[in-house]
Write a protein that binds this ligand. Sequence first.
Ligand code: CTP
Ligand code: MG
Length: 169
Amino acid sequence: MIELIYLVLFILPAYIANSSPVILGGGTPIDLGKSIDGKRILGDGKTIRGFIGGVFVGTLFGFVLSRLYLLPEFTADQMVFVAFLLSLGTMVGDSLGSFIKRRLNIDSGKPFVLDTFFFLVIALAFAYSSSPKIYYQPDGIVLILAITLILHPLTNFIANRIGVKKVPW
Ligand code: CTP
Ligand code: MG
């Protein structure tokens, strides 16, 4: 397995993209308030500004990371592109998660198991074909998903305590 520190740096743009909408988001919802069968398509928690902000900040972070030349097997340009794919995949996965929650009658802001790791699965899928294969060994992916499962509730709890997130999940 590739060293854990490299795996963590690799997926950091996805974490950044996932957490930044709490601060950057708000305003017009992506679904423009529309419903299907009486249920919101995505809900008020998924906004256009949050989606674009997440993709932008995650990619920007990847740009900074790329200038440090820290990640083995990556060229700087490839790193920026992969950070963009990870960030875009994160925001698509986040929205897809909300779409599923609404279909299951789970209200916006209520916790659901998919909230914790689904964004990362989609992000990793988006970046797969553009990334060096050493970042996609099964043992590494399982470890990174397990870490995310633990880290996600912890960071949400902290974000709530310091006042940037409304709910502690
Ligand atoms: N957010 C946003 N735009 C996005 C994603 C998130 O503005 N595309 C902001 C919203 O203010 C949202 C907060 O970040 O309330 C927390 O995000 P998240 O937990 O993903 O959304 P929830 O409000 O829990 O909604 P859902 O149940 O649909 O996940
Ligand atoms: Mg939530």
